[in-house]
Design a protein around this ligand. Structure first.
Ligand code: MF3
Ligand code: CO
Ligand code: CO
Length: 254
């Protein structure tokens, strides 16, 4: 649990978050056409690092608590924090979440999407579609006066109604000039519970939705989180700001 004070960002800071968020979204857009059978996750990483530098930004994951690469690439049963690797080659029918976080002028833009490599079977397509809808259902709860629990409740209700499960160990987070800060944003929970949302709060919503069990396991590299049953996991993430009348998604490409 994160226990720092929840920071309210000034309009000037939110403008910086918009710039970082836009660059993050554009980076994902730039990487998307490379997601094809035969590409290695290392190649995606290297292109991301090169593109980020060329745009005057810094890759927040690189060296963060010892993370060794510039982006996270989480394939199939990997829930999150997959480490790019030259020996890991994408194949037709795989799913891959690419999670990017450039720092622009000190502020972080954190976004991720799950891509299908080529085409996949209907049950895989459904997992990816449901997970993206979970993100937007969560975002749809955000407005001043709503509670943090409303976000998780909306996500959990829909995911479970579709026959999937919600990861518990990894949650959304406050973000600004700090990568991960208060508040925690669980993707499960109870309506009406938790802290009240206020204009100027900025955080991520990043549901990880599993085909089978919600339980996770950590691989021996200390980073890669996988599903205990090795069934598929998908994730989508946006960085958002609470506004006077609702919500602004900061990680859109324009
Ligand atoms: N971008 C991830 C998130 O959504 C965090 C990655 S931390 C790293 O919060 F160290 F694994 F890169
Ligand atoms: Co992220
Ligand atoms: Co995040």
């Amino acid at each position: 649990m994160r226990t720092e004070q929840i920071v309210i960002l000034s309009p000037r800071e939110i403008e910086k978050m918009r710039k970082a968020g836009r660059l993050a979204a554009q980076l994902l857009q730039h990487l998307e056409p490379m997601v094809k059978p035969g590409v290695s996750t290392q190649k995606l990483n290297d292109e991301a690092e090169k593109w980020t530098k060329a745009h005057g930004a810094i890759s927040a994951p690189l060296g963060y608590k010892g993370f060794p690469k510039s982006i996270c690439t989480s394939v199939n049963e990997v829930i999150c924090h997959g480490i790019p690797n030259p020996r890991q080659i994408l194949r037709e029918g795989d799913i891959i979440n690419i999670d990017v976080t450039p720092i622009v002028d000190g502020y972080h833009g954190d976004t991720s999407k799950t891509f299908i490599v080529g085409s996949a079977k209907p049950s895989t397509q459904k997992l990816v579609e449901v997970t993206e809808k979970c993100l937007y259902l969560g975002i749809g709860e955000v407005k001043p006066g709503a509670k943090i629990g409303d976000i998780g409740a909306a996500i959990q209700e829909y995911a479970e109604a579709q026959g999937f499960s919600v990861v518990r160990e990894f949650v959304g987070h406050g973000i600004s000039n700090v990568f991960h800060t208060s508040p925690d944003i669980p993707h499960f929970g109870t309506r009406g519970k938790g802290k009240k949302l206020r204009p100027g709060m900025v955080f991520t919503i990043e549901p990880m939705i599993n085909e089978g069990t919600h339980e996770s396991e950590m691989l021996s590299d200390g980073w890669t989180a996988v599903t205990r049953d090795r069934k598929l996991s998908a994730q989508f993430e946006h960085t958002i700001a609470v506004t006077e009348d609702g919500v602004e998604i900061l990680t859109l490409p324009e």
